[in-house]
Design a protein around this ligand. Structure first.
Ligand code: PLP
Length: 462
């Protein structure tokens, strides 16, 4: 099933009595746990119902169905799917198989730790483990700390899905309001009770990593082994690398768990785009050039020997300054800094966009789009991936207010990340917010992002 999740599910289900197996099992999951439960049920000869949110991409529920389970699509979110699964569990006497928070699930995932210890008998500095709900790390820590207490167990989370790091910091389980969906295998709002208890007692720390760093690790793994990991599967590798670099670790043995390879193929486009940024091999920049003859040549001279990997320019009849968006292949931070300084000292305002997700996901595609739009508000909305999501959005907000900007590029994520500009007069802002809240899509303002003002607002006001 291309992930470790089979271990926990099978361990729990193999311990059920024949009578329990005859009554069947049920679980709710939009991902790898579903496949683990489905395959275990087939091996153990029991009936499995898997409840998935209606937004689950077809490719995911089809692969579960192919393993012989009955898929029920119910609810808009994981929480709704879970409530329905628990209800059916009571009504039908099925056993609920949770994704992480159960001693048998934790023990099953812990077999990963047992295998590492058996296969690596020499000195071992640390094991890096991806963390979602915490089942895998709790199981590995419980086993390894018993037999090799000197080995550090370090969790790795995406910096925008850091439920375990925050919970450990506050000494209690924290519920995240927003969870980044890029590494969907570990995108949980709250970690388990038992997994948290074990992590508090046993693990040595958590490393947080960016989306770019995860992409860079996916590329490294591909280049080394020709394997393609899913984002959650490459998380630990990214964390191990950041940790070793930070502590200047050399000559030590560390293990990073590559936990899954259920990569949505469409997402590879984004991964390849971000991988070089994550490795600092490519930087994304914007430079403002006076709209006059010879500017372009001067710009090219200042770029010097840096290798331009992407370049976008469009004449702007309203502007005194042209905006050039480009990427350069970089060799060292020093060379990049020197180039930006060359631009600045020739009075060519230059902005490094490399760490700005709004620029990388949306604004770099908007060349030539700068204008002064009255009462414009700009938000990022996360549209659920289901037919009708756009119509629902438009029905709620338009034609009441004019849409002044819209950018969406499919990136194979669970929710579509859409940038929307909308003209809302000040007296309508409260009504707009209440309608946007009722829509039920996650959204966040980008009005304070200076890059939006720089790249999209009128050049005359720059
Ligand atoms: C590929 C992958 N890695 C890591 C995890 C995290 O596991 P846990 O929820 O036990 O922390 C998951 C969970 O589904 C996963 O699918």
């Amino acid at each position: 099933v291309f992930s470790f999740k089979l271990r926990g599910a099978y361990n729990m289900m193999a311990k059920l009595s024949r009578e329990q197996l005859n009554n069947g099992v049920i679980c709710s999951s939009a991902g790898n746990h579903a496949q683990g439960v489905a395959l275990s049920a087939r091996k153990l000869g029991c009936d499995a119902v898997i409840v998935m949110p209606v937004t689950t991409p077809e490719i995911k529920w089809r692969s579960v169905e192919r393993l012989g389970a009955t898929v029920v699509l119910k609810g808009d979110s994981y929480d709704e799917a879970q409530s329905y699964a628990k209800l059916r569990c009571e009504q039908e006497g099925r056993t609920f198989i949770p994704p992480f928070d159960h001693p048998d699930i934790i023990a099953g995932q812990g077999t990963v730790g047992m295998e590492i210890v058996r296969q690596l008998q020499g000195p071992l500095h640390a094991i890096f483990v991806p963390v979602g709900g915490g089942g895998l790390i709790a199981g590995i820590a419980a086993y390894v700390k018993r037999v090799r207490p000197e080995v550090k167990i370090i969790g790795v989370e995406p910096s925008d899905a850091n439920a375990m790091a925050l919970s450990l910091c506050h000494g209690q389980r924290v519920v995240l309001e927003h969870v980044g969906g890029f590494a969907d295998g570990v995108a949980v709002k709250v970690v388990g009770e038992e997994t948290f208890r074990l992590c508090q007692e046993l693990i040595d720390g958590i490393v947080l990593v960016s989306r770019d760093a995860i992409c860079a690790s996916i590329k490294d793994m591909f280049e080394e082994n020709r394997n393609i990991l899913e984002p959650a599967g490459a998380l630990a590798l990214a964390g191990a690398e950041a940790y070793c670099k930070y502590y200047g670790l050399k000559g030590e043995t560390v293990v990073a768990i590559s936990s899954g390879a259920n990569m949505n193929f469409d997402r590879l486009r984004l991964v390849t785009e971000l991988a070089d940024v994550g490795r600092k091999r490519e930087a994304v920049l914007a430079t403002f050039l006076p709209e006059e003859q010879g500017s372009f040549k001067k710009f090219a001279e200042l770029v010097g020997r840096m290798n331009i990997t992407e370049f976008k320019y469009r004449y702007d009849s309203n502007g005194k300054e042209a905006l050039v968006l480009y990427s350069v292949g970089i060799y060292t931070d020093h060379e990049l800094k020197a180039m930006v300084e060359r631009m600045e000292s020739s009075e060519l305002k230059t902005v490094n966009l490399t760490d700005n997700d709004l620029a990388k996901d949306h604004l770099r595609y908007f060349i030539g789009g700068r204008s002064e739009v009255k009462d414009e508000l700009v938000y990022r909305f996360i549209f659920p991936e289901r037919p009708g999501a756009l119509m629902n959005f438009l029905d709620t907000l338009s034609p009441r207010w004019n849409i002044s900007l819209f950018h969406y590029r499919a990136q194979g994520e669970t929710g579509a990340n859409v940038l929307v500009g909308i003209q809302v007069p000040p007296e309508d802002v409260d009504e707009f917010r209440s309608r946007a809240d009722n829509l039920g899509y996650e959204y966040m303002s980008e009005m304070n992002n200076e890059i939006y003002h720089l790249l999209l607002r009128s050049p005359n006001k720059v």
